[in-house]
Design a binder for this molecule. Structure first.
Ligand SMILES: CC(=O)CC(=O)O
Length: 261
C-alpha cells in the first residue's frame, strides 16, 4: 500500500477502517436528560483543571438514542455531563459515556476524546413512561424514568436549541507507543445544523447503582430538578483543542529540568 493512499484513510485498521470520514449527521436523535443535584465537593473533585464548577452542584444524566447516524448506524448511549466554566464560558464537561456500537466508540475516543466505554444502554417508551436503563457487565447501573410527553416545549424551541448548542468539553487521553499520555487535552465541540423536532418536560426520577467500572453513582442523586425529552437532527463537526496538558507542563518546566531529560 502506498504512503499517499494510507494517509487518505479515515481510520484504522487499514483493512476495513472502523469508521468513515465525516461529516457525521444524526437524524431523529432522541434525548432523555434528567437533571439532578449532587454533592458540590464531588463535582469539584471530578472536574479536570482548568475547568471550574458553577454555583449550582448539578449533573445532567443522559440517554441518547441514535437510530440514523451517518457512518455509525443505529445505537444508544448513556452517561453523565457536568455543567462547568472554562475561561469564563459556560460549558458541559462530558464526564462518562456508555454505548453499544464499536465505530462510534472508536471514533468518539480517537477524534474528539469522548470518554466512551462499551455497555448496554436502552431508551424506550414503556406504556406511559419514557424509560432509560444502563447495564454494564450484566448489572443495572442506571434507571431513569419520565412521564411521557406531559408538557410540550414546542413554543420554546430556542431553549432546546440553546441546550444543544452549548459547548461540550472532553478530556482526551491517548497514550503513545511508550505508554505515556502523548495526547492529554481538553477538546471543545459545538454541534451544528441543529433542527429541533420535538421537546417536552415532565416529572422524572433517577436511580444510580455503584459499579467499579461504570461509576455513575459516584455522583449520587440528592434531588431531581427536572426531566427533558427532545428529538433533533444535528451534525457533529470536528473539535478544537482548548487546553494541552503536555504543552502547559513543558512550558512550566525549568531549564534545569529540561536539561536533565
Ligand atoms: C461518534 C460520537 O462520538 C458521537 C456520539 O456518539 O455522541
Amino acid at each position: 500500500m502506498r504512503s499517499e493512499d494510507l494517509l487518505k484513510l479515515p481510520s484504522m485498521p487499514a483493512a476495513g477502517p472502523s469508521y468513515p470520514a465525516g461529516p457525521y449527521r444524526f437524524i431523529d436523535r432522541e434525548f432523555l436528560v434528567i437533571t439532578y443535584e449532587t454533592d458540590p465537593d464531588l463535582i469539584r473533585a471530578g472536574l479536570p483543571e482548568p475547568l471550574e464548577p458553577i454555583a449550582d452542584p448539578i449533573v445532567h444524566y443522559e440517554w441518547i438514542k441514535m437510530p440514523d447516524s451517518s457512518g455509525f448506524g443505529s445505537y444508544t448511549e448513556s452517561g453523565l455531563v457536568i455543567p462547568a466554566r472554562l475561561n469564563g464560558e459556560d460549558v458541559n464537561f462530558v464526564c462518562q459515556m456508555y454505548l453499544d456500537d464499536d465505530p462510534p466508540i472508536a471514533a468518539g475516543r480517537e477524534i474528539w476524546g469522548f470518554p466512551k466505554k462499551y455497555a448496554h444502554p436502552k431508551l424506550e417508551i414503556v406504556k406511559d413512561t419514557l424509560t432509560g436503563t444502563l447495564e454494564y457487565a450484566g448489572q443495572l447501573v442506571a434507571m431513569g424514568t419520565m412521564g411521557y410527553k406531559h408538557e410540550s416545549m414546542a413554543g420554546n424551541g430556542d431553549v432546546t436549541r440553546a441546550t444543544l448548542s452549548k459547548t461540550q468539553v472532553n478530556l482526551k487521553m491517548i497514550p503513545g507507543v511508550d505508554g505515556h499520555l502523548e495526547i492529554c487535552q481538553l477538546v471543545a465541540i459545538n454541534l451544528t445544523d441543529i433542527v429541533v423536532k420535538g421537546s417536552w418536560i415532565g416529572p422524572g426520577r433517577l436511580h444510580l447503582v455503584p459499579h467499579v467500572n461504570a461509576p455513575v453513582a459516584d455522583f449520587p442523586v440528592k434531588r431531581v430538578i427536572g426531566a427533558h425529552h427532545y428529538i433533533a437532527d444535528l451534525t457533529l463537526p470536528f473539535g478544537r483543542v482548548v487546553h494541552d496538558y503536555n504543552k502547559v507542563a513543558a512550558d512550566a518546566a525549568t531549564p534545569t529540568e529540561l536539561a536533565a531529560e
